[in-house]
Write a protein that binds this ligand. Sequence first.
Ligand code: PMP
Length: 372
Amino acid sequence: MTANPASPWEDLPIRDELRGTSPYGAPQLDVPVRLNTNENPYPLPEPLVARIAERVAEAARHLNRYPDRDAVELRTQLAHYLSRTTGHPVGPAQVWAANGSNEVLQQLLQTFGGPGRTAIGFEPSYSMHALIARGTNTGWLSGPRNEDFTIDVDAARAAIAEHRPDIVFITSPNNPTGTAVAEATVLALYEAAQAAKPSMVVVDEAYGEFSHHASLLPLLAGRRHLVVTRTMSKAFGAAGLRLGYLAADPAVVDAVQLVRLPYHLSAVTQATALAALEHTDTLLKYVEQLKTERDRLVDGLRALGLEVTDSDANFVQFGRFADSHAAWQALLHHGVLVRDNGVPGRLRVTAGTPAENDAFLAAVAAVLGDLE
Ligand code: PMP
């Protein structure tokens, strides 16, 4: 959040810690090539659109009633999906779903954070972790990273031992850097967190499907304080659906019930997500194409002489620019919208369709000439 002295709510009796802040959100600009919010560029395939219409029509026949509060069918299908794609058996009692993984993260902070408690993340990382901490009155600690954006394990352990946070966030692959976290790092941080408190360790795998590496989900075995969060916004190409989920020990799922709003997941949302899960294989083929395109972006940017962070996500961090905002603006001038996440000298581009990526690479080549 940034200072915003001209807030229209200045004279309202809002909470003190919200004063002088502004809402989160990337610019939604109408330009030809939008590669700034890590969305999947492929619209859902027509057979799936038809299936959604069918399932939503069926749900509509019962909209006079509240939806299944526990979303049992959806959690069962999400558990099948996770078991099938990670090789680690997960049951519905270990899965919980909400409106986007942002809501899942908020529920975790409401349950395990709150006033007098703290959470730590290793920055630069997904800025909503800190913002949801603030929104739930949880203290925020910023942990260190190495020059290459991997987590500095020794410094992280020391920070956990010193500050004894209640929640440790590990984002893998990390946003905005694209960096995957090694299993050994998660284990080291989990052990440090258990020795210090014990605290909850949340592995945010929003981009897990795009990684060159296996999911960290099998680490759940025997670790009651570990949570893995996922989303249908990226790999399933359904950012507009708002469906995120977690896998953890069944006790964690039970604990989250204490803070979830009753009937938080609408019948329409549940029906749509179930339809999408029926088409998993087709959607995962798009993921494979996007992984190839992501690798092509990494190679293309390196061929232009740029410094590119290795990526396991559907986006790529690149630089360095003397003035990253000027570079962002210059790309926008060429009709390409990327993201300036505030990482000094760097920008982030989401992998789009082959044509969008070509347009982006051509714009970068042109901009490099302009900036010199
Ligand atoms: N985690 C990470 C790391 C993300 O980048 C995002 C979306 N940008 C989310 C969680 C939230 O995604 P959603 O709420 O759409 O599931």
